[in-house]
Design a binder for this molecule. Structure first.
Ligand code: PMP
Length: 425
């Protein structure tokens, strides 16, 4: 970001102009919502054919999908998602509708039952900590808070988490049991991990024998360009570097088919999968295999998934382009903000001058534009620089999105110039 003009006269003029725009914005009594990364109704429509599936109830191996059982999920569905999630089908579990639930359960099971390689249950540890690359996903952080897991922030770089920091902390502190990773089109920065980052995560020595990478590949197939990002195979690299049980892989079709009616996946080493299934067997007699079957019928194969995702991209790309266009037009060259241009995923991160994010979100809220709370992208809701704003452009229609982003830029100009005047004065 370039340093904005600091001439007080000029700044005051800019502030006054921003204030006039802000008052005009408020007078419009908008009611717009950019808070959460939800698919739009038009995206959900793309999967409407699923509402009349499955056509039958018999799986490839003759299983009656209406009945109990089949804890690991339909093999033919696991085959389809094996490639996109980079997990051998035999080491993949197809479960219920939410990968977040699987992350929750993984933590609960690790608390109450020794994960492979652990000396004791996590609940018997004096302290448990997770590394949290920031900015990151608020629901990961909420899970840590829920279970009393200490969170240690690690800065993100353009290649993923700062691996010098990660390696040092994980080597030194045996109470660090996990790291949250969103390896592709990360929430919210859009960053995809470089091969070298994945290799270092897989290879690094860890003081904790039961250290786990929570590999939340939520956006594995959510490309916005015609040149999809490919990331390195974390399970293979972990195995190849002598840490076969290190990674828990998560994914889901929440933003592929239906957010409330998709299928979630857990993949890992054979030992971890056996541990997961043993614990899962206590909480369910089997997953919704009819939902698995209708996903199989809907996609056919992995190419069917990619073809479907291209239709999503057709709907999403204009939204992301619009955000880029409006931000460039209104804030480009001002030095008041910088932002990401993601190649996939669901979010844009807007970086504003330090100390401004909270106030910008508050002012936007007062003008009827709801944004994800500032700080949500950081552990404990505390962004120490108070500079990160997450924009979720997928849900509103284009006209609403344009209004919302334009309104947001007014708030950025107003709060930033007020801040600079305060500093100048
Ligand atoms: N992980 C990430 C990184 C996400 O962004 C989201 C949805 N916002 C989820 C998980 C939630 O996934 P699910 O619907 O499968 O629980």
């Amino acid at each position: 970001m370039t340093i904005p003009a600091s001439d007080p006269g000029e700044l005051a003029a800019r502030r006054d102009s921003a204030l006039r725009d802000y008052e005009a914005l408020r007078a419009r009594s908008l009611s717009l919502d950019l808070t959460r990364g939800k698919p739009s109704a038009r995206q959900l429509d793309l999967a409407d054919r699923m509402l009349s599936l499955p056509g039958g109830h018999t799986a490839a191996d003759g299983t009656d999908c209406r009945n109990y059982g089949g804890l690991q999920g339909l093999p033919e569905l696991r085959e389809i998602f094996s490639g996109p999630l980079q997990v051998p089908a035999g080491q993949l579990i197809a479960a219920g509708n939410s990968s977040l639930a699987l992350m929750h359960d993984s933590i609960v099971h690790a608390l109450l039952d020794r994960v492979p390689g652990a000396e004791r249950r996590w609940v018997d540890e004096p302290r448990i900590a997770f590394l949290c690359p920031v900015p990151g996903y608020d629901r990961h952080f909420a899970l840590c808070e829920r279970f009393g897991i200490e969170m240690i922030s690690v800065p993100m770089t353009a290649d993923g988490p700062d691996m010098d920091v990660v390696e040092r902390l994980v080597r030194e502190d045996a109470q660090i049991k996990g790291i949250w990773c969103i390896p592709k089109y990360s929430n919210p920065s859009g960053v995809s991990y470089s091969d070298e980052t994945v290799r270092r995560l897989a290879a690094m020595p860890a003081a904790a024998p039961d250290f786990r990478i929570f590999w939340d590949n939520a956006y594995a197939v959510h490309h916005l360009t015609d040149t999809p990002v490919e990331i390195a195979d974390v399970l293979a690299l972990c195995a190849g570097n002598g840490h076969p049980d290190r990674a828990f892989v998560f994914g889901s079709t929440s933003k592929v088919t239906f957010s409330g009616g998709g299928v979630a996946f857990f993949g890992s080493s054979e030992a971890n999968v056996a541990w997961m299934l043993k614990n899962t067997a206590k909480r369910t007699i089997g997953p919704d295999k009819l939902n698995h079957l209708r996903h199989v019928e809907f996609f056919g194969d992995a190419d069917g998934v990619l073809a479907h995702m291209r239709r999503h991209a057709e709907l999403l790309r204009p939204r992301f382009d619009l955000v880029e266009t409006v931000l460039t037009k209104e804030l480009g060259g001002t030095g008041l903000a910088s932002w990401t241009t993601p190649a996939g995923g669901y979010f844009v991160t807007l970086d504003v001058l330090p100390g401004c994010a909270r106030e910008i979100v508050r002012r936007a809220g007062e003008a009827g534009i709801a944004l994800t709370p500032a700080g949500a992208t950081h552990p404990y809701g505390d962004d120490p620089r108070d500079s990160t704003i997450r924009i979720a452009p997928t849900y509103p229609d284009l006209a609403e999105l344009e209004l919302a982003i334009t309104g947001l830029t007014v708030c950025v100009r107003l709060v930033a110039t007020e801040k600079l005047l305060e500093q100048a004065g």
